[in-house]
Design a binder for this molecule. Structure first.
Ligand code: FAD
Length: 466
């Protein structure tokens, strides 16, 4: 019998529609490897660590307990496991974050030096980042133009799960990831809440399939209802897509069809692919403004800014929709898209805090925390990213609440102090009523801070004097 090959699971924690795994299985016996890289665990808070661990446990169960989890730098661990087994090849699905690409280059080189192959196919996207290009070969900078070309690449059918002859090997349990994440906490979060979300979404391929099936029954209403955070109108697939418990190809195949709801949903999957594409050709945009002139934008970093950031992160700003969103994040490790936009805008535009602080907190608490979607979601809101619409679009937290949560149902769900406020339109409740209800007075005057944001923006628009 020939030696087994290794299938190294990364952002593809599933068996179905996994072309790289199918390719590995065709060669013979397979070792299922997952590597906990302490470097990558650093920005992952306890909630996402617990979610990834739950996804690993589900995967392990579905392969009869044969998942081998090792700890260390994959540049060392993967070649060492391959060498111990005498494995001739390591199979992977392509990964696209800037750090993963560097890591993969190094692993491929180390394996190659020992005469072993690093076989990459597919990616966590329907269309591999870097594929959609203008006629000139340049990448698209604007989503609408990207999407028109991206849509011409869709339509691939999902693959069934392969039969695999798994080979057991010793390793650690998924719980090790949670222990490791608990030991690594960025200092700048100070005493912000640290416990994992009490009400996190379910994990694993089967839970992903069930979530997709439930969503398919409502997808035709998606276009009308997706902006209302009190309804369960969006798919809630982001955590599964993030860890690869589901591939977006499977998702698009399940919602194929002509309705406006389906088209709107496809377009959202398109945003995910667009941001991955942008990050692939501008890896620096993970932590730098995509438009470099925003490097000069004045933001606050003093002790008062730290206090404001902390009040925001705890959901204690006195703006009901912002507080509800930030508390949903703490409780569930997930937040509705409309409210992500409102909370992010509030931090950047009304509290004048650097978008990177907010993006770090989201990455720390979100189960779907994803470098491409999160950093570019923040840059979209901050006006520093791909969007041609500028910095002066400032969401009013009260008008957004009136518009998207007019009956206050979402806000009441997450801000219990407001449960007794018998008012059909919570956004209009006056300050005295709010304070008397045990809630708090707004921490800032939104009108004043809006003008402050606009004047800071005007500073960087002024022509530079020689
Ligand atoms: C400030 C900010 C931060 C964000 N951070 C993340 C993040 O870390 N991870 C993440 O997956 N999404 C992020 N998003 C995008 C979006 O909010 C979530 O994908 C969405 O809320 C997930 O819920 P859902 O699966 O029910 O979405 P649905 O509305 O059902 O959309 C389906 C899928 O499309 C993709 N999608 C939808 N909207 C967007 C978008 N605006 N940008 C990119 N992809 C999108 C997601 O994969 C999502 O699961 C962020 C948005 C903002 C404004």
């Amino acid at each position: 019998m020939s030696n087994p090959v290794i299938f190294w699971f990364r952002r593809d924690l599933r068996l179905a529609d996994n072309p790289a795994l199918s390719a590995a299985a065709r060669t013979g016996a397979v070792v299922a490897l997952f590597v906990i890289d302490p470097e990558l665990v650093a920005p992952v808070g306890p909630t996402r660590a617990a979610y990834v661990a739950a996804s690993l446990s589900a995967l392990n169960e579905s392969i009869g307990g044969n998942l081998v989890i090792r700890v260390g730098d994959p540049r060392v661990v993967v070649p060492a496991v391959a060498s111990a087994l005498g494995a001739r090849s390591v199979y992977v699905s392509g990964d696209w974050t800037p750090r993963s690409r560097e890591r993969d280059r190094d692993v491929a080189a180390a394996l190659g030096a020992a005469g072993r192959a690093f076989v990459t196919s597919d990616s966590p996207y329907v269309v591999e980042p870097g594929t959609v290009r203008q006629a000139s070969g340049a990448p698209y900078r604007v989503y609408g133009a990207f999407r028109r070309v991206w849509e011409t690449h869709l339509g691939a059918a999902p693959l069934a799960a392969p039969e695999v002859d798994w080979v057991p090997l010793d390793g650690v349990t998924p719980a090790f990831l949670v222990e490791l994440a608990a030991r690594r906490r960025p200092r700048y979060f100070l005493d912000l809440p640290d416990e994992p979300a009490s009400d996190a979404p379910p994990a694993g391929e089967r839970a992903g399939d069930a979530t997709l099936e439930r969503f398919v029954a409502r997808v035709d209403h998606y276009d009308e209802q997706r902006d209302q955070p009190d309804l369960d109108a969006t798919s809630r697939l982001s955590p599964f897509l993030h860890v690869g418990a589901l591939h977006p190809r499977t998702v698009l195949a399940a919602v194929d069809g002509p309705s406006a709801g389906r088209a709107a949903f496809r377009a959202e999957i398109g945003w995910r692919e667009f941001y991955a594409d942008v990050l692939s050709h501008r890896p620096d945009s993970a932590w730098r403004p995509l438009q470099s002139r925003f490097d000069a934008l004045r933001v606050d970093r003093d002790a008062a800014a730290v206090e404001r950031f902390q009040a925001w992160a705890r959901g204690e700003t006195g703006f009901a929709l912002v507080d509800a969103g930030m508390r949903q994040l703490l409780r569930e490790g997930w937040m509705h898209n409309r409210v992500r936009m409102v909370t992010a805008s509030f931090l950047v535009k009304h509290l004048h805090v650097d978008w990177r602080w907010g993006a770090s907190w989201f990455l720390w608490r979100l189960v779907d925390g994803d470098v491409a979607s999160n950093q570019h979601g923040w840059q979209w809101v901050a006006g520093t990213g791909t969007d041609a619409a500028p910095f002066h679009r400032i969401f009013s937290p009260t008008r957004q609440a009136e518009r998207f949560d007019p009956r206050g149902r979402y806000v009441r769900r997450y801000v219990p102090e407001l449960a007794g406020v018998a008012q059909s339109d919570l956004a209009r409740v006056d300050v005295e009523t709010l304070v008397a209800s045990g809630y708090r007075a707004p921490m800032i005057d939104a009108g004043v801070e809006r003008r402050e944001a606009l004047s800071r923006f005007a500073e960087i628009r002024r022509p530079v004097t020689p």
